[in-house]
Write a protein that binds this ligand. Sequence first.
Ligand SMILES: [Zn+2]
Length: 207
Amino acid sequence: MPFDHSSPDDGDIADSPAKPPVPEDVADAIRTLIRWAGDDPDREGLIDTPKRVARAWKEYCQGYAQDPAHHLSRVFEEVGGYDEIVLLKDIPFQSHCEHHMAPIIGRAHIAYLPQDHVVGISKLARVLHAYARRLQVQERLTAEVADCIWEHLKPRGVAVVIEASHACMTARGVRTPGVMMMTSRMMGVFRDDDRSRKEVLALMGFE
Ligand SMILES: [Zn+2]
């Protein structure tokens, strides 16, 4: 639950096998940040915050420990002659922008046109999350997901559309809540053929 701020009481925060140890310099860095923000890291309510924040960041960034392509390594050749678009729509995801380390919250639509094999549909979401759970910019996230599918699944086309709101824009700076940023990457037939591109965008809900 990366963004669950509902309760600061997450039980025993002592180091345990379930909770990875937090190096002292990491906790110190977060204490420094709290002081810089204007609060006292030694007051009771903040005493365990550095460890919680450190572990939360390990979770937000667990994509660094994954190879996204691994999720595409198991394919199914028996597709019964299916040669139409496969689309996974409205996949919710969370990421963090590399400029402010602020949340990016959005939805992705991932489609491909199979050549002669397909992957389990949940694998497309796993590829997305493996890239999203890193420090990102939305443009690169979009390109990385599309490129990974293109390279490892070798389909006839890939289309990735991502819509997301950036907390660095909605909660600070110009403070414009509700603004969504949209990015897309079209490859193969979805880039080269107008009709295919229109068809996939319509299936995604963009008429
Ligand atoms: Zn930002």
